[in-house]
Design a protein. Sequence first.
Length: 70
Amino acid sequence: MIEHQNPPSLHRRLLRAVALGSSIALLLATAGCGLFAAPCRVASAGLKIVPLVGHIAAAPTDVCADVIDP
């Protein structure tokens, strides 16, 4: 037996649209946030502990953090 699904109600479609819109707004608001650069900065700090080559090895992670959060 084939069951037919009812189309989503107007209320449900409106809630989905609001949820999608708020998600997009949140992503745009945090685009330059330092929270996203934190993993790069933590990795950089860990690499800089290594004597002699630490600062050289940390250069790519420093660039990563600067690109994410200038």
